[in-house]
Write a protein that binds this ligand. Sequence first.
Ligand SMILES: NC(=O)c1ccc[n+]([C@@H]2O[C@H](COP(=O)([O-])OP(=O)(O)OC[C@H]3O[C@@H](n4cnc5c(N)ncnc54)[C@H](O)[C@@H]3O)[C@@H](O)[C@H]2O)c1
Length: 269
Amino acid sequence: MQSDAIRLDGKAAIVTGGAGGIGAATARLMTARGARVAVADIAFDAAQAVADSLPGAIAIQLDLESEASTQVMVAQAVERFGRLDILHNNAAFLGPDVAMRDGDVEAMPTGIWDRTYAINVRGTMVACRAALPHLRASGGTIVNTVSNLALQGHMIQAAYSSSKAAIIQMTRSIAASHGIHGVRCNAVAPGMTMTPALREAFPPRLRETVEAETLRDRLGEAEDIAEAVAFLASPAARNITGHVLVSDGGCSSHVPGIAGFRAFFGEQA
Ligand SMILES: NC(=O)c1ccc[n+]([C@@H]2O[C@H](COP(=O)([O-])OP(=O)(O)OC[C@H]3O[C@@H](n4cnc5c(N)ncnc54)[C@H](O)[C@@H]3O)[C@@H](O)[C@H]2O)c1
């Protein structure tokens, strides 16, 4: 049974990083549920290609590191759609070259830390700030994308994971400040999600290590994360704010060592 409450008919949305794996899947799903979507990305040609494939969508050039560019993104979306109901902060400072240099704090170049925080944390804050007057007017909502790495310690990506933890706290602050004005703010925390970029770049041996920790039979896909985002953005989530919805196939929900237990009891069977 499909509830009408998950529909997004008449809503206008911005998806930052909308040219990427999860962002494009979310733009597609929001469009399928009835929204008009602004696909905003630093990779403009790719954003345009996504927008061209979706009825009612537009592409916007965005550099989240620039406050002016982020303000222009919101202004362009509002000018085109006449309103703004959903801000989905999905873009992040990513890529194999970045991830390789973002390790433990002792070895990390300070510039990697600074750019990670400038794009992920300050960029998200500026986007929220620019969107809030319009979201107040529409009774709209913000969905921030974080990561399950923000919830547990790891030996990799100290800058990325702590920047995502900062976004979780920002999510709660915005929810607490603006709920009374009718604006909800939530976060989605994906686990490893098999986007085209990650499928190409992630070392197979490490992928198998993560697969062994999932409680499903496979790792998540971009469409799985899009479902969580579209739900939080929809009227079906009207009573949910300040929440972090983890979508990681249960990777972060169990005690350490489950892969070994699974192997042991598998051997016993
Ligand atoms: N894929 C995963 O396994 C995974 C896991 C946890 C969290 N996430 C989060 O999901 C979100 C999407 O990740 P993805 O895997 O689809 O990545 P992706 O690299 O496919 O997409 C990210 C998009 O952000 C854009 N972007 C980067 N810097 C930008 C900037 N300064 N201004 C505007 N746009 C910029 C990129 O051009 C790209 O299109 C990110 O927030 C990421 O941290 C992903």
